[in-house]
Design a protein around this ligand. Structure first.
Ligand code: DON
Length: 572
């Protein structure tokens, strides 16, 4: 299976092409270096806010919370108050922990809520409108983390977000175009149209974007902490917005919301320790299961993205995504066989089944044919401080701009996260992901996620802090970034930049980014029995990683923001 063009050359060409095709390529040629601290986010203003907190003596948790609130103002595409997420932390005292602030199903929900009288799934109900909204967790999660592990006051870390909302910030090209792109959706809701357009006319790049209502909501949170969001005026406005169109969330749901601190998922890979997110995210288990299977192979530089490498990776991915479908859900509601799934012994049984050709997905588990849906958004940020604390957070409102519904008077967008539940076994969600009883809807249950905020430790100290958006492709994105560093010795900028591929069991296709493979590799894969997805399919771009690598030996911190989007790594 030798390819004519050596893989190393392909790697160099692909990195160059990605850089050259990116408007900011000059910034992206090397990782950003620093000695004291680093913030990497999908948004320049958020990175700068976090960095300022670090420079003012705050720790990584203070900075991460400031970034979280800022993204709700400057990256409404995915940053949020009305969504949820996951946080993995390594503290300077050696403790590893994780905080689950995932949305949950409202008390009034039930497993048939998205089915018609004949039991047919109605995707519009789980994906759009107020019926798709899960009880938000972000505000509670950020405040919990700050109180327990931060050093600064909420007033201090939330103030930059308040200032940006009230004084406004200048719209960049991407944000202005995304507002315009989604205008028809925003126009469906007066409250959203009011915020994201000028009386129906699109905002233009360079204009000042002021969000007074959002500033007011942030001010409520600043003054009253979590009660400023989950009780009182903001909560009432949220419930009013939801009940206007027959949604499910009540004041009781909001008052009862709590983030949960959980033991992370731990694994090892070639001597490195993996610390990642437990259920209700599938991310940590799936990542460790994949790494455990793949550890049985020895890779050399020339293997990178060759047909035989892709074959090994993709076969492993199929088994792991099948496990995700049948075995993973919110552990507080369903007995997830966590220990087995992350054991080396179990991984070896899968490794022994891998074939040097394509094993049809239908023979791995039942035959279910999913459809594919619209574009989506989530965001990841990574922070490392001079004390040795590392924070890895992925947060989302699910689709781009979530449900597209702004809470009138409160200025923030609501998620459409309920779609991450399995509405009916065999019916794919918007990522084409399948689910089973493990992830069926129950009141107060948290929907299964793919978010994979991860910290890799070397000698028990943070080595890589990484995560990504990308729905179902998050897991394979994080996997490839980690392997690019550990197996292929790439620097962190290369590791996040180089092209990626993805398989999720169903659809039985390999999604391959531009420049990932050459003609020979593609022909070899076809001969092995694989179908390559059309490059213009849903997963044209696979994830957008925001990563930090800490070289303790040389006392250097490297930051890298994925050139696929317009994020920024900045350190000091
Ligand atoms: O939790 C999840 O897995 C999804 N709601 C994440 C959505 C996402 O990553 C969309 N981004 N591109």
């Amino acid at each position: 299976m030798r390819n004519n063009v050596p893989q190393k050359v392909l790697l160099i060409i692909s990195i160059s092409l990605i850089y050259l095709s990116h408007p900011l390529f000059a910034e992206f040629d090397k990782p950003i270096k620093a000695s004291k601290g680093m913030v990497v986010t999908a948004n320049k203003l958020a990175t700068e806010t976090g960095l300022k907190i670090l420079k003012d003596g705050g720790n990584a948790i203070d900075a991460a919370v400031a970034v979280g609130f800022t993204l709700a103002v400057t990256y409404p595409y995915a940053g949020n108050l009305g969504g949820g997420g996951f946080m993995v932390l390594h503290l300077s005292n050696g403790k590893n922990t994780s905080i689950d602030f995932r949305e949950k199903a409202p008390l009034l929900s039930n497993k048939n809520m998205y089915l018609d009288d004949e039991g047919n799934y109605i995707p519009e109900l789980s994906q759009t409108g107020v019926t798709s909204v899960g009880v938000p967790g972000s505000v509670a999660g950020l405040i919990y983390a700050l109180k327990k592990y931060g050093t600064m006051s909420l007033a201090k870390v939330i103030q930059p977000a308040i200032n940006l909302a009230i004084k406004g910030w200048v719209l960049d090209d991407n944000t202005a175009s995304s507002f315009e792109h989604f205008l028809p959706e925003f126009n469906k809701y007066n409250s959203s149209k009011k915020i994201f357009s000028k009386k129906g006319q699109p905002y233009k790049k360079g204009e000042l974007f002021v969000q007074k209502d959002l500033g007011w909501t942030l001010e409520q949170i600043k003054q009253k902490g979590r009660d400023g969001f989950y009780k009182g005026k903001v909560a009432k406005l949220l419930v009013k917005q939801i009940s206007k169109n027959n949604g499910y969330i009540t004041l009781e749901d909001l008052a009862r919301y709590n983030p949960i601190e959980r033991e992370p998922i731990f694994g090892t890979y070639r001597g490195y320790k993996i610390v990642s997110m437990p259920p209700p995210s599938s991310g940590g288990i799936a990542l460790v299961e994949l790494l455990n299977i793949l550890e049985n192979f020895k890779f050399k530089t020339s293997d990178w993205n060759s047909s035989s490498y892709i074959n090994k990776m993709v076969e492993a991915m199929k088994y792991v995504y099948a496990d995700r479908t049948y075995k993973l859900g919110d552990e507080d509601f369903y007995p997830v066989p966590k220990k087995t799934l992350i054991s080396k012994k179990y991984a070896k049984t899968i490794f022994d089944k891998l074939t040097p050709f394509a094993t049809p997905s239908t023979t791995i588990q039942k035959d279910i044919l999913p459809k594919q849906k619209e574009s989506t958004e989530t965001t990841h940020f990574s922070v490392y401080d001079k004390y040795g604390n590392a924070v890895s957070i992925t947060t989302t409102i699910n689709s781009a701009f979530g449900s597209k519904i702004v809470v009138d008077g409160a200025g923030f967008l609501l998620n459409n996260e309920m779609d991450d539940f399995s509405a009916k076994p065999g019916e794919p969600n918007q990522f084409g992901l399948l689910g089973s009883k493990a992830n069926s809807i129950e009141p107060e249950k948290r929907m299964l996620s793919s978010m994979t905020p991860t910290i890799v430790l070397k000698d028990e100290k943070p080595y890589i802090v990484v995560g990504s958006p990308g729905g179902s492709t998050i897991i394979t994105t994080v996997l490839q970034v980690i392997m690019n560093v550990i197996d292929f010795n790439m620097n962190i900028k290369e590791a996040v930049s180089v092209p990626r591929f993805h398989h999720q069991w169903f659809p039985d296709k390999i999604y391959v980014e531009k420049f990932c493979t050459n003609k020979d590799t593609e022909q070899n894969l076809t001969k092995m029995g694989y179908t390559l997805a059309n490059r213009n399919s849903t997963f044209r771009i696979l994830g957008s990683a925001q990563a930090i690598l800490i070289d303790n030996k040389n006392k250097t911190i490297y930051g890298a923001s994925d050139p696929r989007r317009n994020g920024l790594a900045k350190g000091f």
